[in-house]
Design a binder for this molecule. Structure first.
Ligand code: LMR
Length: 328
């Protein structure tokens, strides 16, 4: 009797150990934009590929739209290990003490996605990601969103139209300087708060790639959008370093492959997603979309390019020069 009880006990123990061993490793992937955006879709793609390539050993839970954390909090949550993966905009690493990423915010520095790729796929891109290591963060990839345009409740045809306007920006000193160069008043604010701030008039306008503008319905509270495409917004996909380094080697390799596939997908869809968001904004009839003439865009460029030199001491002259060199 005693022996059989012991056997049953051992069997139950063994079964629950097996069940425990079969529990998937959970990666909480938090982000602030809608699921239906380039980043949202790429995060879902990563989750799918991670499950496939690890044979279900890893489960990626994607939390979109700031449902878990807002901008600043999500960085802290990653460092504390409350979430394992994020993809913050490159404009949001300054508060962490990694100012060099703000090179991506310099107005008109990239003429195209191709220019950008030369940087993110090259040594500068790698070197920038390595600066996250001392913060307990490993950088895995760069994901595109796109080029930002200004929106307001009044028409925007020249830099003078932004004078005295309160413009919401991401937490980047370069963006602060950009708005000041136009005579505007920069207001740093979490992404999740922008719609309401626009609606209530806490800020007059903002800058965003169209996919963000559209999926947050900002076009419903902004009467004018001018396709200035004056700056870039993209992402670094990052993980908690301790978590990543602690993964079994084979799983880490499989997740690396999943990330590679998700990155290819992200960078394939970003442009198209932004184009279809622009069509949807136009169709909504809520915002007047204006395409600046060559001369008008040049006036913005003239007003904004001095920001490069002004921000040398913040971003690092060498980093800026290295980017110029990559672009050629
Ligand atoms: C913003 O705050 O405007 C963007 O960084 C949001 C995002 O993640 O694209």
């Amino acid at each position: 009797m005693k022996v059989s009880k012991l056997l049953v006990g051992l069997l139950v123990g063994a079964l629950s150990l097996t069940a425990y061993a079969q529990q998937p490793i959970v990666i909480k992937f938090s982000h602030v934009v809608a699921a239906d955006t380039p980043k949202g879709k790429a995060a879902e793609m990563f989750a799918k590929k991670a499950a496939e390539l690890t044979g279900g050993k890893v489960k990626v839970e994607v939390y979109a739209n700031s449902t878990l954390y807002k901008d600043k909090e999500e960085m802290e949550a990653l460092q504390l290990g409350a979430v394992q993966m994020l993809a913050p905009s490159l404009a949001k690493f300054g508060p962490l003490g990694v100012k060099e990423f703000e090179v991506f915010d310099l107005p008109f520095i990239f003429g195209s996605y191709d220019d950008l790729r030369k940087v993110t796929n090259g040594p500068v891109g790698k070197q920038l990601l390595s600066k996250l290591e001392p913060k307990g963060i490993r950088g895995l990839a760069y994901w595109d969103n796109g080029f930002k345009s200004f929106s307001l409740n009044s028409p925007i045809k020249s830099p003078a139209d932004l004078k005295g306007k309160k413009l919401r920006i991401q937490s980047s000193k370069v963006l602060e300087e950009e708005v000041r160069a136009l005579g505007g008043l920069p207001q740093v604010m979490a992404f999740s708060e922008v719609y309401q701030a626009l609606q209530t008039g806490v800020v007059d306008g903002t800058e965003n790639p169209i996919s963000n503008l559209y999926t947050q319905k900002m076009h419903e509270v902004q009467k004018h959008l001018t396709l200035t495409e004056h700056g870039y917004l993209g992402y670094a996909v990052i993980v908690n370093k301790k978590f990543w380094d602690g993964l079994p080697a084979d799983i880490r390799t499989q997740l690396g492959d999943a990330m590679e596939q998700a990155t290819r997908y992200a960078n394939q869809i970003a442009k198209v997603e932004n184009e279809s968001s622009l069509e949807a904004v136009k169709k909504s009839g809520k915002t007047t979309v204006y395409v600046p003439t060559k001369e008008e865009r040049l006036a913005f460029k003239k007003a904004l390019v001095p920001v490069h030199q002004k921000m040398e001491s913040r971003v690092g002259k060498e980093v800026i020069q290295a980017v110029y060199k990559d672009i050629g």
